[in-house]
Design a protein around this ligand. Structure first.
Ligand SMILES: Cc1cc2cn([C@H]3C[C@H](O)[C@@H](CO)O3)c(=O)nc2[nH]1
Length: 220
């Protein structure tokens, strides 16, 4: 239910740039039955009643940014309010990074008209007041733009072919201001910063560092 003060699991959001290793991080925690892992609903964004909103957005960001970000906000609300019997919910990104990182970036670049941004913000504000979207911990997978650019190109996601290093640098800076310097917007919960430039073979040590903070209220 979306009532504001209903019971909710210990909720952790995983934030970071494109290619920062969020999926790898989530997969590590899939091994725990007490953790409900919610990956980004990218397949919903790729098929909204047959429309690939992610593809449309990257093809003509001015024309489709509002459409895409409106649907992202809805799908994130659905994840935040999804019922689970697990004591811990681990989400890939959140309604907060939607508003504070991606919508913010599109506003700054003039890719999202002020009137459109205003409507998204009205939805966001209403959700803050009437829905249960509180979170308890933020895991920030901190990377350098060049590293995630190489990973993104290697992953070779169809819709991201035209994403530039400059775009990743700008997104990186917004994540830094929000979650590291904490000068951009309200940070919704305490932040654990991980060095996500580390190669997959070494990153496991970083995960083990934050496990105790995530596997709270689960059977030991
Ligand atoms: C919350 C949120 C996630 C998200 C992802 N994206 C893009 C970045 C990646 O190319 C792709 C998958 O994360 O979607 C976006 O433009 N706006 C977003 N908002």
């Amino acid at each position: 239910s979306v009532t504001k003060n209903g019971p909710r699991p210990f909720t952790v959001i995983v934030e970071g740039n494109i290619g920062s290793g969020k999926t790898t991080f989530l997969n590590h925690f899939n091994q725990y039955e007490d953790v409900c892992v919610l990956a980004e609903p990218i397949e919903m964004w790729r098929n909204c009643q047959g429309h690939n909103l992610l593809g449309l957005m990257y093809q003509d960001i001015k024309k489709w940014s509002f459409t895409f970000q409106s649907y992202v906000q809805l799908t994130m609300l659905q994840h935040h309010t999804k019922q689970t019997s697990c004591p811990v919910k681990l989400m890939e990104r959140s309604i907060y990074s939607a508003r504070y990182c991606f919508v913010e970036k599109m506003k700054q670049d003039g890719l999202l008209p002020e009137a459109s941004a205003a409507v998204i913000e009205k939805h966001f504000d209403w959700i803050q007041d009437y829905a249960n979207v509180d979170v308890d911990l933020v895991v920030y997978l901190r990377t350098t733009p060049e590293v995630v650019y190489d990973r993104m190109m290697e992953r070779n996601r169809q819709e991201e072919k035209a994403v530039s290093l400059d775009y990743l640098k700008a997104l990186h800076q917004i994540h830094e201001d929000w979650l590291y310097h904490k000068t951009l917007f309200k940070v919704p919960a305490p932040v654990i910063v991980l060095d996500a430039d580390l190669d997959k073979s070494l990153i496991r040590e970083e995960y083990l560092k934050c496990e105790p903070h995530i596997l709270v209220s689960t059977k030991a």
